[in-house]
Design a protein around this ligand. Structure first.
Ligand code: IMP
Length: 193
């Protein structure tokens, strides 16, 4: 049976990825792009799980239908896990992805190569009663010169372990085979089917 779900996000990059991962033959996936006036949800949690739950609860309250939400970010080993839950606003509020990337490259200048990092994602499903939660991660290294134009966020400066290319140099199909978000949502998909 086809299930209608709303994805609590306005991030085009993420929405495209999640639609492909969950598969449009099983799910009708709405997103907050269909409701542009929906106010931004404050991410006041200290963990990806807390923030994903906050987003899911806020959207459920408004639409009263099953919600999926995620929170994700980059944790750099030499920076003790930063930018972490602050990944979207590392260089400040309302900054571009390029500004965040520049700040990260700058912060890492004083550290020796290589800069090990992980993308982390927690995905949740909420139907008004219980939260179903799944997590995923992708290990790799941060480079100091951005490469590639696909994807979003820190993709141009992240090389997955075992690869020569950044996440921005591979197709979305390739990224969806390995990404933190794909791992989290594939697990979640099995749990909510
Ligand atoms: P969120 O929308 O609060 O989950 O913020 C996630 C932020 O982490 C994004 O704005 C990006 O900066 C970063 N991020 C999360 N996932 C990815 C990814 O797959 N590629 C690149 N950056 C990502």
């Amino acid at each position: 049976m086809i299930k209608e779900i709303i994805f609590a996000s306005k991030n085009r990059g993420k929405i495209e990825e999640v639609k492909k991962i969950l598969g449009e033959q099983n799910f009708i996936i709405r997103s907050l792009l269909d409701y542009e006036n929906f106010p931004d949800i404050e991410e006041t949690g200290n963990t990806f799980e807390e923030n994903a739950k906050l987003k899911a609860a806020a959207v459920y309250k408004k639409f009263n239908m099953p919600v999926i939400a995620d929170d994700s970010g980059l944790a750099v080993e030499q920076l003790k896990g930063a930018p972490g839950v602050y990944s979207a606003r590392y260089a400040g509020e309302n900054v571009t992805y390029e500004e965040n990337n520049r700040k990260l490259i700058e912060e890492l200048k004083s550290f020796p190569e290589s800069h090990r990092a992980k993308f982390l994602c927690t995905a949740v499903y909420f139907d008004g009663e219980k939260y179903i939660i799944a997590a995923g991660e992708l290990s790799g290294n941060i480079i100091s010169t951005p490469r590639g134009t696909n994807g979003f966020g820190y993709d141009p400066i992240f090389i997955p372990e075992g690869s020569q290319l950044t996440l921005a140099e591979i197709s979305s199909e390739e990224k969806n085979k390995i990404s933190h978000r794909a791992k989290a949502f594939n697990k979640l998909k099995q749990m909510i089917k």
